[in-house]
Design a protein around this ligand. Structure first.
Ligand code: DX5
Ligand code: ZN
Length: 221
């Protein structure tokens, strides 16, 4: 299993976005996690289409775009056109899940669905064969820097088990409170893509922080 680190720019210095993304890439990050919030699906507003488009012009980094918005069916294709490589949306949104998956695939992009903490693993099961990734939130979506919810580990394990049963080499991503202290638990449960905001952009040495996070994941299995 290859472990991938996806730094969340939510915790970066937005006034120096290009510099921050480049630094994280040079530090060994596998992709860049872009948190999009609409102030409706979650009680916070972050960034939107123009920022993804601007970033796309400046970097070849794989952009892992996490849509925390009420209407992904309308906006996901626009994020695809703006340069997202992977689009992850929430099953709890107002959009039809099946139609939204199709709208992203029709753009030739990778697609994932995300589950909030109170949403059971089974909510993802009907769609697994069509997905590249399942994102299990390990905090309530909306803000960086929150405390990791260890009780999400069984959900990760249940999704991994179902993917194995179906013979799917699924990426399972976890997002929220991931640090050197918590990454081992979710890794052991079956996650292989790790979003981290404050644990990476909060550190003085990005390369050291990425390396350390990866080492703590590997040590757990
Ligand atoms: C939360 C976002 C996360 C967040 C993670 O709604 O989806 O990506 O930035 O931040 P940390 O790693 O600080 O919990
Ligand atoms: Zn996120």
């Amino acid at each position: 299993m290859t472990y991938q680190i996806s730094p969340s720019i939510l915790s970066c210095d937005f006034a120096n976005l290009e510099k921050e993304v480049r630094a994280m890439q040079q530090a060994g990050a596998d992709m860049i996690h872009v948190d999009v919030m609409d102030g409706h699906f979650v009680p916070n507003i972050s960034i939107g289409l123009p920022v993804v488009a601007s970033l796309r012009k400046k970097t070849d980094a794989f952009l892992d775009v996490h849509l925390m918005i009420s209407d992904p069916l309308t906006y996901a294709p626009q994020f695809a056109d703006s340069g997202a490589d992977m689009i992850v949306f929430h099953v709890e949104s107002d959009s039809d899940v099946q139609a939204t998956i199709q709208s992203i695939k029709a753009k030739g992009k990778k697609v994932g669905i995300s589950l909030k903490p109170k949403t059971p693993a089974e909510a993802a099961f009907p769609y697994l064969t069509q997905l590249d990734m399942v994102l299990v939130m390990t905090v309530e979506p909306g803000f960086g820097g929150q405390k990791f919810m260890a009780d999400m580990c069984p959900k990760v394990a249940a999704i991994r088990k179902e993917c194995d049963r179906l013979g799917l080499a699924m990426d399972i991503e976890v997002d929220g409170g991931i640090s050197n202290d918590t990454i081992g638990q979710v890794c052991a449960a079956g996650a292989n893509v790790f979003v981290a905001g404050s644990a990476l952009f909060g550190k003085p040495d990005y390369a050291e922080a990425v390396k350390s996070l990866r080492a703590h994941a590997q040590a757990a299995v």
